[in-house]
Ligand binder design. Structure first.
Ligand code: 13P
Ligand code: ZN
Length: 275
């Protein structure tokens, strides 16, 4: 007998949550994940739906009207997603105005979608428009090295981008647009969602100072890979800084320009400043 979990998007979502936990990015209930389902995916699982009451999203996402999302639950642990998904995650539907959501499946023991739902949905809205519907995944976690850097680096996009690019040759190829930085803000509300989604107009990832990282992408592999690459690079920078912080040699602005040519990426000059 087939189950809702036989669907590929369900498998991909659960595997990503588990991979993130194994990486150490999801202590306790830290982090949240959302996936904008394709119409045929919603159709394929609709026999499992039992709609609950409409609830306010806390912000407005009119361009997501009528969409279905698979989302982690608030207060739920990523380490449990694989073993008890029906308790940890849910499918929600957005109403025709983009103001309310209702749970259609999951969270069988009660609860609600992640407290960061406003940030997830506002990021989805920006990315859906900007990528012509290609981007479907928004991912938030608490990676220790990147968070550590938010205590010692200036909280500026251009500094985080350049310093992380310098730590691993693949970085400018993986996130050529750079990385945004949100100063410390109260999580879970509309204000931080507005600030983050503004950065998502320009970047695929945004750091939340002293908190974590938001990443956006086309599918689970690309979004997880982006998050992983950024945190790996942050780990190298933390090591370099811990070794005294003096670089005997590094990747220079001209090296980046040459890399851009060969790898057919455009690297904005604003990140290739002289230091
Ligand atoms: P939730 O458990 O509500 O998803 O919150 C976790 C988190 O990381 C908040 O930023
Ligand atoms: Zn968080």
């Amino acid at each position: 007998m087939s189950t809702i979990y036989d669907n590929e998007f369900m498998q991909g979502f659960m595997r990503m949550a588990d991979d993130g936990f194994q990486q150490g990015w999801h202590e306790r209930n830290g982090g949240n994940l959302s996936y904008r389902m394709k119409p045929e995916e919603a159709e394929a699982v609709k026999s499992y739906f039992t709609p609950k009451e409409w609830q306010p999203i806390g912000t407005s996402v009119p361009k997501l009207a009528g969409e279905f999302f698979l989302v982690t639950g608030s207060g739920k642990y990523f380490r449990n997603v694989m073993i008890k998904p029906e308790d940890s995650i849910c499918i929600i539907e957005i109403d025709d105005r983009g103001e309310n959501y209702r749970i259609m499946w999951g969270l069988v023991n009660g609860g609600r979608p992640t407290s960061e739902l406003p940030s997830h949905l506002m990021n989805h809205e920006v990315k859906k428009v900007r990528t012509n519907g290609k981007y479907r995944v928004i991912y938030h976690g608490h990676p220790a090295n990147l968070i550590a850097l938010t205590f010692v680096l200036p909280l500026e996009d251009k500094v985080f981008t350049r310093e992380l690019w310098e730590m691993a040759t693949e970085c400018p190829v993986v996130f050529p647009d750079g990385l945004g930085v949100v100063p410390w803000m109260v999580p879970g509300g509309r204000d931080i969602a507005v600030a983050t989604s503004k950065l998502m107009e320009k970047y695929d990832a945004a750091v939340w100072a002293h908190h974590g990282l938001f990443a956006a992408g086309e599918d689970f592999d690309l979004t997880f890979g982006l998050f992983h690459t950024i945190e790996k690079s942050a780990e190298i920078l933390v090591k370099v800084m811990s070794m005294g912080g003096v670089k005997r040699q590094t990747i220079t602005p001209d090296d980046f320009r040459n890399l851009a040519k060969d790898f057919h990426v455009t690297l904005p000059e604003e990140f290739l400043y002289e230091k």
